[in-house]
Design a protein around this ligand. Structure first.
Ligand code: AN0
Ligand code: CP
Length: 330
């Protein structure tokens, strides 16, 4: 595998889950594979889990890791071509990317949707420039439209906990005070669509996701009805995708919070969330602290999903480090 930007880059997802579970049994078995290889992790946005789990995964593989928070300590970056750079931005992404590529064998990028221009977000303008200009394999650590390391960890977790071959999985929108990207729900939906599970998306009107990600999911506007008989409840907030409300909060209805009464409608479902989660907005204290809450094992599996992805990228590298790219102008 060269780049990892979607769960589909893994090919057969069941084979990938099997590989991940093998890695989980002995996570230090591939120390030689990553020897003298360097992963560079670039963060344009905050992170706790992705930062720690991806570093840990790289170290498990014997790799070196460099982490850069672009907005803390690096030069402020211009991302638009053609701009007269007489403002506060000292460096252009078009130089920064090939330079970053010089110091590593692969690059992880976290760059959320900016909600300034829907087309730029949905064309993955920033992530694709890393793919085009870094000369290195690139993996997404949550880009504008997807968070595949998360949804791969979610899938591994469901496979570990499921009690029936085809569980009913319900992804439900829940309230949040700020506008959040659609990346997590998009990726979760894309991943569920790659399985044979029963998959339902519950959301208020106006929160329809891009059809490309909704796929074969059954869309419900009545959360209680959707939750009936669920084996897994995956809560998440996202902002509106549809125009003219792209990137906006159009509902804060606290009747969508996942609480004990809602969980009682399910088939004793497990509760999942990618974290970070706002308690008593998305989910009540008692549900997230209940024995059915698997948010911590879900987060723990981020190390495993990242290790499986990094392992596959390492396996795709040929011989010695590739020559440094002379840059975008050739
Ligand atoms: C981000 C989001 O919803 O995409 C990251 C989640 C992994 N969440 C927040 O910004 C709170
Ligand atoms: N779930 C997740 O990606 O968490 P972080 O934003 O803390 O990395």
């Amino acid at each position: 595998m060269r780049h990892f930007t979607s769960i589909n880059d893994l090919g057969d997802v069941q084979a990938a889950v099997k590989e991940a579970l093998e890695i989980k049994k002995n996570r230090y078995a591939f120390q030689e594979l990553g020897k003298n290889r360097t992963a560079l992790l670039i963060f344009f946005n905050n992170s706790l889990r992705t930062r720690l789990s991806t570093q840990k995964a790289a170290m498990n593989l014997g790799m070196n890791v460099i982490v850069l928070d672009v907005n803390q300590g690096a030069w402020k970056l211009e991302t638009e071509r053609g701009v007269i750079m007489d403002g506060d931005k000292s460096e252009h992404l078009l130089e920064a990317i090939p330079v970053m590529g010089c110091y590593c064998d692969m690059i992880g990028v976290r760059s959320f949707a900016r909600f300034e221009n829907k087309e730029d977000d949905y064309n993955e303008k920033i992530l694709n420039q890393f793919i085009k200009y870094s000369g290195r394999p690139v993996f997404s650590m949550e880009a504008a439209t997807r968070h595949p390391l998360q949804s791969f960890a979610d899938l591994i977790t469901i496979e570990e906990y499921k009690k029936t071959a085809r569980p009913k999985v319900v992804m439900t929108w829940a309230p949040h005070p700020k506008a959040l990207p659609q990346a997590v729900p998009n990726s979760f939906a894309e991943t569920m669509n790659a399985t044979d599970y029963e998959f339902v998306i519950a959301q208020p009107h106006g929160y329809e996701l891009d059809e490309k990600f909704v796929g074969r999911a059954k869309v419900e506007y009545d959360q209680r009805k959707a939750l009936e008989g669920a084996d897994f409840v995956y809560a998440k907030n996202w902002s509106a995708y549809k125009d003219p409300n792209y990137g906006k909060v159009i509902c804060k209805d606290m009747d969508w919070t996942v609480d004990t009464e809602k969980m009682a409608l399910t088939n004793n479902a497990y509760f999942m969330h990618c974290l970070p989660v706002r308690r008593n907005m998305i989910v009540s204290d008692d549900v997230i602290e209940s024995p059915q809450s698997i948010v911590i094992p879900e987060a723990a599996n981020r190390e495993i999903s990242a290790q499986c992805v990094l392992k596959r990228i390492l396996e795709g590298l040929n011989g010695d480090a590739q020559p440094v790219s002379t840059g975008y102008w050739h």
